[in-house]
Design a protein around this ligand. Structure first.
Ligand code: ADP
Ligand code: MG
Length: 698
């Protein structure tokens, strides 16, 4: 049960002043969650400040500076009648000079009340010279002596979304901050005093009502306190999940390797050394009576799928079942396509379950599954819906893990008895991040590429040379090669992105004719598959795509990758996209089109891609250059999965948070002590309360 003191923070945002259903929708988009709550707003931290502390005399004002000045109102000069475009001017002065306040579309009665002639007012805004006179157009603030006492001279600025004004957020935030109550301290007292951290509520107050600019710095005490809270909540949740998993004794799935051998025989290639090593690790784990929690980390194209299949074959040989969960429909189908011929050769019964299997077809799959007539079920998150039941699930393979939450992972592993877990990740994740996302998993790494791969020729080209790029693509198409053309996320709006991709598609189709195709995220699943299929089989040669092809798509014949507005992508994302080519034995090219001019950082980033194909190096460099949201390619700023913590700044606390979590659960495994109780508050605040349910009673 959620502690009662938290209830005001978990109320709907619409309970705050000025937030109605319309604004709620905008906040939902901003926070990427339905039905946003007060706590979501409180954890939406400022991105900057407006500093109104400069208080010059009028003869000292620097144009363009934000100032707050005390002036006496001298005279109102309304626009002449019927000349609505002429502004309403108000002349003011102090003992050193004059300032004209200018208002467009002004209401006379309103301004007369706001700025009565002969009285003193404080006005704040940006002053400029116009016709040699100092003037301020639409001051941000006009207050009297009494109002000045309450005027915040340092105002936070927040990340916004289209349609949501800063004033809206500030007003709602005032209401939210007013609801804050002091909460029991969940951090270790000695640690808090050593780091000089404020309490949780105070930290939020400092951040949303800053007095000095440094109050809102991510490196500052308030932000760092909250970041540490978030890291600790994450590590505690991971530790609870782990404790829960390890508590259920595993079951060994010993096998002689008969099925495995058949799969190997059906493979048109030999496993690389590191694939073989990973297979050995996994088979060892599976045979042991403990649960396996293993991360298989391997750069794009390193061949993780076949390793997963061999793992599945081992438990299947022991008479049990395996599930293979992919993040998208497209990928699930592709896994099926890769696996089906091998599975057939080895005599495995494979099926797929996604959102598209419905009605009788779905029923039939579920029936066969529960009877044990399906050995390996491939699918999307449809796999962990409530009515999906296995006969005896032994192994869950989860691809592209960081897109799934902890509880989704859990939901799948709860569909069997002591299910072993193998997580595949194609995104090369720097070491520090592995800990954040996966905690203490065992790790196998695929460090080498399959033999015969050719280096990809990567070039950066300004958009102004689009014509030449099209010519080059044209030559390649004539030589029967295949090419991807990726259009970027330009705006925050899917509609506009789509329009850009469609326009490019029309363009290229005009030029190259019918063997150009288009695939994007808004298409129906079946249409997407069909387009991919046409491209894979060579019916079409040029595939224009939005980033739906980002993960995992495997068409070895594709040799050209064109990426428009490459400067807008995260490096890891570019690396993933580039990894779609260079999969066969022919020479491949990646053309990164950018809009000139590029800034220094952008230049350096693209240069890294030209220099190396080592995903690990790219990820580390990207982390260094930009901070980590882009490493995972999911967000423009911040660390995915976190609201407050930024790994490049707060990552140094990760080890401490992990040790802290281990120590806490060691002493108080059921969070029953007073500190344990306080920590439950923490878990709720950061949305990790699912983990509380895993605490063994008593
Ligand atoms: P990823 O690790 O990105 O998921 P895939 O599993 O999709 O990579 O494999 C990429 C491509 O490499 C596939 O076409 C696969 O058939 C091929 N492949 C995998 N292992 C080897 C190998 N040892 N030798 C040659 N090709 C391989
Ligand atoms: Mg893959």
């Amino acid at each position: 049960m959620r502690p009662n003191v938290l209830s005001p923070l978990f109320a709907s945002l619409t309970s705050l002043p000025g937030v109605g259903p319309k604004l709620e929708k905008l906040y939902a988009r901003l926070f990427e969650r339905e039905a946003p709550r007060v706590i979501d707003l409180l954890l939406h931290l400022p991105s900057g400040i407006i500093d109104r502390r400069a208080r010059p005399k009028l003869n000292e004002v620097q144009p363009g500076q934000i100032i707050t000045v005390a002036v006496t109102v001298e005279e109102h000069r309304p626009a002449p009648p019927h000349r609505a475009r002429v502004p309403y001017r108000i002349l003011t002065s102090d003992e050193t000079g004059t300032l004209t306040l200018t208002f467009f579309h002004a209401r006379k009665d309103y301004l007369e009340k706001l700025l009565p002639v002969g009285e003193m007012r404080y006005v704040s805004g940006t002053a400029e010279f116009y016709d040699g006179m100092l003037q301020m157009v639409h001051p941000d603030r006009v207050v009297n002596e009494k109002g000045f006492a309450d005027l915040p001279l340092v105002e936070p600025v927040y990340p916004l979304t289209e349609g949501l004004a800063l004033g809206n957020v500030r007003r709602a935030m005032e209401g939210a901050v007013a609801r804050l109550r002091d909460l029991p301290e969940w951090q270790d007292a000695a640690w808090i005093s050593r780091e000089r951290f404020p309490g949780f509520a105070d930290a939020l107050r400092h951040l949303h009502r800053p007095v000095e600019p440094h109050n809102i710095a991510p490196e500052g005490l308030a932000w760092t306190r909250l970041a540490y809270d978030e890291l600790l909540a994450g590590q505690l949740a991971l530790a609870l999940v782990r404790a829960h998993m390890r508590r259920q004794a595993g079951r060994g799935s010993a096998s002689e390797g008969r099925l495995r051998a058949r799969i190997m025989k059906a493979l048109p290639y030999a496993l690389t050394h590191s694939q073989q090593q990973a297979v050995n690790d996994i088979i060892n784990d599976l045979a042991l009576p403990q649960r396996m929690l293993r991360l298989l980390q391997g750069d794009v194209g390193s061949g993780k799928t076949v390793v997963a299949l061999v793992a599945a074959a081992s438990v299947i040989e022991a008479g049990r079942q395996a599930a293979f969960m992919a993040p998208t429909e497209l990928l699930a189908r592709q896994h099926l396509n890769t696996i089906a011929p091998l599975a057939e050769a080895a005599g495995l019964r494979v099926a797929i379950l996604t959102g598209r299997e419905r009605g009788p077809a779905r029923k039939e799959i579920l029936n066969r599954l529960v009877l044990g007539d399906i050995d390996l079920l491939i699918g999307t998150h449809a796999l962990f819906q409530d009515d999906v039941a296995f006969h005896d699930l032994a192994l869950a393979v989860v691809d592209e893990q960081h897109r799934f939450g902890v509880h989704q992972r859990l939901a799948l592993t709860q569909k069997g008895d002591a299910v072993d877990v193998l997580v595949l990740t194609a995104t090369p994740i720097p070491r520090t991040l592995v800990l954040t996302y996966f905690g203490d998993m065992d790790v196998s790494e695929l460090r080498e590429k399959p033999a015969g791969r050719q280096p990809i020729d990567t070039r950066t080209i300004p958009m102004s040379r689009l014509e030449e790029v099209e010519d080059a693509v044209g030559r390649a198409l004539k030589a029967s090669q295949r090419a991807y053309w990726v259009c970027p996320l330009v705006e925050d709006s899917e509609k506009i992105d789509l329009a850009a991709a469609e326009a490019r598609y029309e363009d290229l189709r005009k030029r190259f004719g019918r063997n150009v195709d288009l695939v994007h995220g808004r298409m129906k699943g079946a249409d997407k598959d069909a387009a991919m299929e046409r491209f894979a089989s060579g019916k079409t040669q040029l595939l224009v795509a939005t980033t739906v092809i980002e993960v995992g798509v495997d068409v070895p014949e594709a040799t050209i990758m064109v990426i428009e507005h490459a400067e807008r992508f995260g490096l890891a994302q570019l690396h993933q996209l580039r990894g779609r080519v260079g999969r066969g034995t022919s020479h491949s090219t990646c053309l990164l089109l950018y809009k000139a001019p590029l800034g220094e950082t952008a230049k350096a980033r693209l240069a890294i891609l030209r220099e190396t194909e080592d995903g690990f190096r790219i990820a580390e460099e990207d982390l260094r250059l930009r901070g980590e949201g882009d490493v995972l390619g999911t967000r423009q700023s911040g660390t995915p999965g976190f609201h407050v913590a930024r790994i490049e700044i707060h990552g140094k606390f990760l080890g401490a948070a992990r040790d802290d979590a281990a120590l806490i659960l060691n002493r108080d495994p059921t969070l029953a002590s007073p500190r344990g109780d306080a920590l439950r508050h923490l878990l709720y605040l950061f949305g990790k309360d699912e983990a509380i349910k895993l605490i063994r009673a008593g």
